[in-house]
Design a protein around this ligand. Structure first.
Ligand code: GLY
Length: 383
């Protein structure tokens, strides 16, 4: 499906990733990076802010481990496996902390322990994965049939809050059922996915970030704009979590409605990709300032490639073209292949209304790498 030029470009990007990861992995072998400070990876194993969830329990702490497993799969070099193991061991501290763990345990333990177990059959990693799946299942609210996203901590009462991002955590529940043959985990995941399909996905294929349910009786109370521009807008990373997330639910369950939902969100995303291929933080944000989020582009590209694998021949091209456009744009305009910066992907944004925009975020690198290896065709499937 890729033409000769695309293949040449792809080979060159793979080589650039291998070159960059070779030295960065050595340099950051003992860190758990989230972003960069003056070009150097920070370390989220160290708690600088002091909240339970800002140090070792920070939700992105699995991605560096995932990058190491992607590299191990790509190169076979033992060194990557060793670094992934260092990170995985450090995450054990989260069990003792507990209060800092939200629904993000899927983001954290799928690219680490579960991947380790799938590759090495390490029993300790299996136990870690099942432990975290059990915690995630415990967040299920049967009245509203949703998985609670965040714990108390801020000013808001979040007992009834579910967020679109959780579509990436529930594959941990599918894995737990596949591993143990106990259907409880998968049943909870599907109940949650069904609720999201009904209450988050709008008629036009755009999605809400946060839906607030009555935690005692169920039923929607209201929606929130969350990390996007405003309530009713269209936070691009949320669209990406949705389109790729529903595709994963389809892969694990075979439920056709999940594939159709994934395609609906993806089609909306594709229709909104700007001419220059640069993805804004929110598809409905004001024209200025032109805040961007490269992570949304990288995650969407992964989702498009996975959708292309599931649809009839006639439909594949649209998804593959969109993926290649996003990835080529990132490579040519938003990737740093030099030794000046420990991260690869620039111009990432965590949330529209935060003061900081356009910085490095580790999952920008993770999903860019995942997408490139997917395009190559022999990727390690982590979710
Ligand atoms: N899962 C939180 C985020 O995407 O920022």
């Amino acid at each position: 499906m890729l033409n000769e030029n695309d293949k040449e470009w792809l080979d060159s990007v793979v080589l650039k990733i291998i070159d960059k990861m070779e030295w960065v992995s050595e340099k950051s072998a003992n860190k758990i990076p989230y972003t960069t400070v003056n070009g150097e990876h920070d370390d989220h194993a160290i708690n600088l802010i002091g909240r339970d969830d800002t140090g070792i329990c920070w939700w992105t702490n699995g991605f560096w481990g995932g990058m190491m497993w992607l590299m191990y799969h790509e190169t076979g070099k033992e060194h990557y496996r060793e670094i992934a193991n260092i990170l995985e061991d450090k995450l054990d501290e989260c069990v003792d902390n507990f209060y800092g763990l939200h629904h993000d345990v899927g983001f954290m333990w799928l690219p680490t322990s579960v991947t380790n177990y799938k590759i090495t059959k390490n029993p300790k990693s299996r136990k870690r994965g099942l432990h975290m799946a059990t915690l995630l299942a415990g967040r299920y609210n049967p009245a509203g049939e949703f998985i609670r996203a965040w714990n108390d901590g801020g000013e808001e009462d979040t007992r009834g809050w579910a967020i679109i991002d959780c579509m990436f955590n529930i594959p941990l529940l599918y894995w737990a059922t596949e591993e143990t043959n106990d259907p409880r985990f998968k049943l909870i995941a599907m109940k949650h996915a069904d609720t999201v399909m009904k209450e988050f996905v709008r008629q036009d294929g755009s999605v809400n970030h946060i839906v607030e349910f009555d935690p005692f009786n169920g039923g929607v109370i209201k929606t929130h704009g969350g990390q996007g521009f405003e309530n009713g807008s269209s936070w691009t990373r949320g669209q990406s979590w949705g389109l790729y997330g529903f595709l994963m639910s389809y892969k694990h369950t075979g439920k056709e409605e999940y594939l159709n939902t994934s395609k609906r969100i993806a089609n909306y995303f594709i229709a909104n990709i700007p001419e220059d291929g640069i993805i804004p933080v929110d598809f409905r944000q004001p024209k200025e300032p032109r805040w961007e989020d490269s992570t949304a582009a990288a995650i969407a590209a992964c989702g498009f490639i996975e959708i292309a694998k599931q649809v009839p021949e006639l439909e594949k091209d649209m998804y593959m073209k969109a993926a290649v456009k996003l990835l080529k744009t990132l490579d040519s305009k938003r990737c740093d292949w030099t030794t000046d910066c420990d991260c690869i992907v620039s111009n990432c944004t965590a949330a529209y209304h935060r003061k900081d925009h356009h910085f490095n975020i580790i999952y920008g690198d993770y999903y860019f790498m995942e997408a490139i290896f997917k395009l190559k065709g022999d990727d390690l499937y982590i979710w």
